[in-house]
Design a protein around this ligand. Structure first.
Ligand SMILES: [Fe+2]
Ligand SMILES: [Fe+2]
Length: 278
């Protein structure tokens, strides 16, 4: 393990898929960047400094609440942690960013993210988080893919399909695209921001509150339809990835498919998967 990996909280997973060559996929999200640079106005700088100071408290609050590490490495400058996450992710074969990458989508946040995405030379998706909805992401940037209701990134053997469910809903159109994508039976990683309550995580999710649930009581029928599509296509799904919780949670979403929720990237949390024959 090199120095960068020691500073992060990397959780390793193996998804065995016979007949598929080894793929490494990194998942991280909830980095909540709130930064400023030389182009920021004094007002923007002041707001970013206040925002990142708030997140020092908030990340600690989440970590303490869920018994996750919160030592000196996790309390570092959040942009330094972001750089470490991108360095490790850059060595993978694919990257899934699970949303809330930015706290309030400022021009400086967009510039900072763009610089890092420019260096990322592997296929990636970026789920839209509820915090990305707090601002407007202009078109024409690499980060602008968060504006798409469905994103796909793939190589010859493995596909990531990413749905915007940030406002705790999905549309019939999004579900049609997802359903159609399974027609060729390519192994697929399904990615979104807000996770499902499952049998295995119900207790933790009840403690966290309905704000964090995608299949909350009284949710639109499409939310439950998404679960049905996952169940029907379980043989083609390698795993389901989400964020939003600010604590890590692995649970079975349907028979044969796990939902991996990564904890807060702002403390350096990352899931790293080896998928394939190992
Ligand atoms: Fe978040
Ligand atoms: Fe969120």
């Amino acid at each position: 393990m090199d120095d960068i990996e020691k500073r992060l909280l990397i959780h390793e997973h193996v998804i065995r898929i016979p007949g598929m060559r080894r793929h490494v996929l990194c998942q991280f999200g909830d980095t909540h960047i709130t930064t400023w640079d030389g182009l920021s106005t004094p007002e923007e700088k002041k707001r970013a400094e206040k925002g990142s100071a708030n997140w020092i408290e908030t990340r600690k609050m989440f970590a303490d609440l869920h018994g996750e590490p919160c030592g000196p490495y996790q309390m570092r400058d959040h942009m330094e942690i972001l750089d470490d996450l991108f360095t490790v992710a850059g060595k993978a074969d694919m990257v899934a960013m699970v949303g809330d990458m930015m706290d309030a989508v400022t021009p400086a946040d967009l510039r900072a993210m763009e610089k890092r995405l420019e260096m990322l030379e592997v296929p990636y998706v970026i789920a839209c988080g509820n915090h990305e909805k707090k601002g407007t992401v202009p078109e024409g940037l690499r980060f602008s893919i968060v504006n798409r209701k469905v994103q796909t990134a793939e190589d010859d053997e493995l596909r990531m399909i990413c749905l915007d469910n940030a406002d705790r809903s999905v549309s019939g159109d999004q579900l049609s695209v997802l359903r159609d994508s399974f027609k060729d039976h390519k192994k697929t990683v399904v990615v979104f921001h807000v996770p499902f309550v499952t049998e295995g995580n119900r207790e933790e999710m009840e403690k966290a509150g309905e704000y964090f649930w995608f299949n909350y009581p009284g949710c639109p029928v499409e939310n439950l339809e998404l679960l049905k599509i996952i169940r029907e296509n379980r043989n083609d799904i390698a795993m389901v990835l989400a964020g939003h919780l600010h604590f890590m949670n692995d649970s079975k979403i349907v028979d044969g498919v796990m939902q991996y929720v990564s904890s807060q990237g702002i403390t350096g949390y990352m899931n790293r998967f080896v998928i394939g024959e190992g």
